[in-house]
Ligand binder design. Structure first.
Ligand code: ADP
Ligand code: MG
Length: 684
């Protein structure tokens, strides 16, 4: 069944001068019309009946059929919230999707975002208690809500959206919901998914019904390269210009890349080339979209393309299914995705660029056929597609560090991890490894029970490792008195990707002439900005993103409030600490939170991993680190030990965000169970 509703409902028709009110009315009318053209609209009665008749229901439909934006509105309209007594909660694996969809739905319902319709993502809650009836949340946030509301009593309906993505948080939620459903007969759960993997969900929920929303999908012409591409970025750029210079401008292009840095550098290259082509070719409007893109810039991907221009959306796999962008006629797919991969035996997580699954590649092609026939250019060979790719993406639970999840489950009172209803069971080594590292952090007792410290770590809206840093900085005998400093550093570390305008080294030089490491640079950035009265000009003068700093300030005040609630004091327990004592205390606090993120200098002048059983894996210092600068340019003697926040694998293993550990005793005293033996043995 294909609905043959013509597309183009969003095309602007060269509005004449009209006052604002008229414009708003027209826009609203247009939106109402667009709603009616969505596939799900024609199946409303059938869908709502099925929801009424079943406690759990799987809903499958092509991307763009209206699952995310429409279904939750139907639930509200049909009275499931009982005039505000309950909420409808909709989970999204991605923050960007949660905020942008909430904004769209608020617009459709003609209400102010944050009132009747809101969103809640980490560090940013745009809901009004007692008023919000429809709430978009990241799956991770709903998981956290289970800590304070284990039966999710606030909600009458939960929609687990994008379930096919199989993020860790979604999988755990599915397991928890299975138990909650048994206790709450009044709760409705909808599992919404693109067209993959649905039988598995149905089986998981006792063979619950699967309801399919037939979508409209126009044919998509798929092209492959004849030879494998050596450099997919160059191939992608070439393809962009081939399309742009030879095809009429009535179709936009969607290019899939793997991450922020790749997207931004490709955008620059394309802009350069386009500027050289001058006015001979139509204007190319480039709209990037990735998880860290500031909110105000996200809207550009949804802006209707002006006449005689073409839009090029450069996206991560966020545009694969979670965001529907209208007007796309051409998809360029290099076939790669960035994925976490975790090796339990070494305890290491790496972010790797890997080939996509066939299911993802099919989804991507589908994006070209939503408004009319389209084309998809795959930058790999047909043979490779048919012979080299996995059928399905691997669920995150099978390729990630489970420590945080295990800690959360334990604090929810799930004691028997092996019998928890997992959609896919994680491996025993992965579970064991996570219990081990929780023990080293002090979150578990040696009998495997969650400690007071462990419970406290769960309460923080940040990773347990950071919570441990803050706890140590306040409460530890040898480290207390540096909570304020650690709060600043931890908050800054959440936002380092979009902190500096341009080159970090140049920006850093404007702030401090010399600094030991990145943590202390971040501390100094925050301190100077605070002393400037949180000034915008200060940021401009120092090549720092003002908006990023505002987010840091917000994160900091939330973490600080959490510390206050838990009675963690910033005061030193002894007399005021000497200035020379500050850095050692900060360093010890970070060692306590990241006990195994330490590398050691070798005789050959390289750094190798320590504290993890990785043999002699050698890592390189990322050039963006001030430590790199210190050693290479300022000829500072390399420190014997470094603590790192991030390990990335690109052309080599890089460590970034580095804190020199200048005293071996800080390691052996802070984490004796790891370092006493490890370093003791090596002593001459
Ligand atoms: P599904 O969840 O089934 O993939 P959606 O509900 O996300 O479908 O999308 C339905 C329609 O809403 C699409 O036509 C899409 O373009 C539109 N839409 C979604 N978000 C926005 C937005 N932020 N701005 C404009 N249109 C949007
Ligand atoms: Mg959706």
């Amino acid at each position: 069944v294909e609905d043959t509703v013509p597309g183009g409902e969003d095309s602007s028709e060269g509005d004449e001068e009209s006052d604002e009110e008229d414009e708003a009315t027209t826009k609203y009318a247009k939106i109402q019309e667009a709603k009616k053209s969505l596939p799900v609209y024609h199946h409303r009665a059938r869908v709502m009946k099925a929801i009424q008749d079943n406690q759990v229901l799987i809903i499958v439909g092509e991307t763009g059929s209206g699952k995310t934006t429409q279904l939750p509105q139907y639930l509200v309209e049909d009275g499931y919230t009982q005039d505000g007594k309950y909420q409808v909660g909709v989970t999204q694996p991605r923050r960007v999707a949660a905020t942008s969809v909430a904004a769209r739905v608020a617009e459709e319902m003609d209400v102010k975002l944050g009132r009747e319709v809101g969103y809640s993502i980490r560090f940013d809650d745009k809901t009004t208690p007692g008023k919000t009836v429809l709430k978009y949340v990241t799956d991770g946030m709903l998981l956290r809500e289970c800590l304070t509301d284990p039966d999710l009593k606030k909600y009458s309906c939960i929609v687990i959206d994008e379930a096919h993505e199989r993020t860790l948080a979604t999988d755990i939620l599915l397991g928890l919901l299975k138990n909650i459903l048994a206790r709450r007969e009044d709760l409705k759960v909808l599992i919404s998914s693109a067209t993959m993997n649905t039988a598995k969900f149905s089986k998981f929920f006792g063979d619950c019904p699967i309801l399919t929303i037939p979508g409209r999908r126009y044919p998509v012409n798929v092209h492959y390269t004849l030879q494998p591409e050596g450099n997919y970025i160059n191939a992608a750029i070439t393809t962009v210009f081939q399309i742009h210079t030879t095809q009429a401008t009535d179709g936009d292009i969607l290019l899939f890349l793997t991450g922020q840095e790749e997207i931004e550098s490709t955008r620059e290259k394309i802009e350069q080339i386009a500027s050289k082509l001058g006015t001979k070719i139509p204007q190319l409007i480039i709209a990037p979209i990735y998880a860290n893109l500031p909110q105000d810039q996200q809207a550009l991907i949804f802006e209707p393309t002006p006449e005689n221009c073409r839009k090029l959306v450069i996206a991560t796999n966020i545009a694969e299914t979670s965001l529907t962008i209208d007007g796309i006629k051409y998809v360029i797919d290099p076939g790669y995705v960035k994925e976490n991969s975790y090796v339990p035996s070494t305890g290491m997580t790496q972010l790797l660029t890997v080939p996509c699954s066939r299911a993802s590649i099919e989804q991507r092609a589908g994006r070209a056929g939503r408004v009319g026939p389209g084309s998809c250019f795959r930058l790999f060979t047909k043979w490779s597609f048919e012979n080299e790719l996995e059928m399905m993406p691997k669920p995150e639970i099978l390729r990630t560090n489970l420590s945080n999840t295990v800690l959360l489950l334990l604090s929810l009172g799930v004691m028997d991890l092996l019998n928890f209803p997992f959609v896919d069971k994680p491996s025993i080594p992965a579970l064991t490894k996570s219990l081990e590292s929780l023990y080293v952090l002090g979150a578990l007792s040696n009998r495997g029970q969650i400690t007071e410290l462990g419970k406290m770590m769960c309460v923080f809206p940040c990773e347990p490792e950071f919570a441990k840093v803050l706890h140590t900085a306040s409460a530890d005998e040898k480290c207390n008195g540096v909570l304020e400093e650690c709060l600043s550093i931890v908050s800054m570390l959440h936002e380092t990707t979009s902190l500096f305008i341009g080159n970090k080294r140049n920006a850093a030089a404007r702030i401090v002439s010399e600094t030991e490491g990145d943590h202390l640079l971040y501390l100094e950035v925050f301190r100077q900005w605070r002393d400037s009265g949180f000034s915008r000009t200060w940021c401009q003068d120092h090549r720092i993103q003002f908006k990023t700093m505002c987010r840091v300030r917000n994160i900091r005040s939330q973490l600080s409030r959490c510390c206050q609630k838990l009675g963690l004091s910033a005061q030193s327990k002894t007399a005021a600490i000497k200035l020379s004592e500050v850095i050692p205390r900060i360093t010890r606090s970070f060692i306590s939170g990241f006990p195994t993120n330490v590398v050691q200098l070798t005789n050959s002048g390289n750094y190798k991993m320590l504290g993890r059983q990785t043999g002699a894996l050698t890592v390189s210092i990322h050039p963006s680190s001030v430590v790199f600068q210190n050693y290479k340019e300022n000829a500072k003697k390399p420190d014997k030990y470094l603590l790192y926040q991030q390990l990335m694998l690109t052309s080599k293993e890089f460590i970034r965000d580095l804190l020199p550990v200048t005293q071996e005793s800080w390691l052996t005293e802070t984490v004796p169970q790891v370092y006493q033996e490890l370093l003791g043995k090596r002593q001459p």
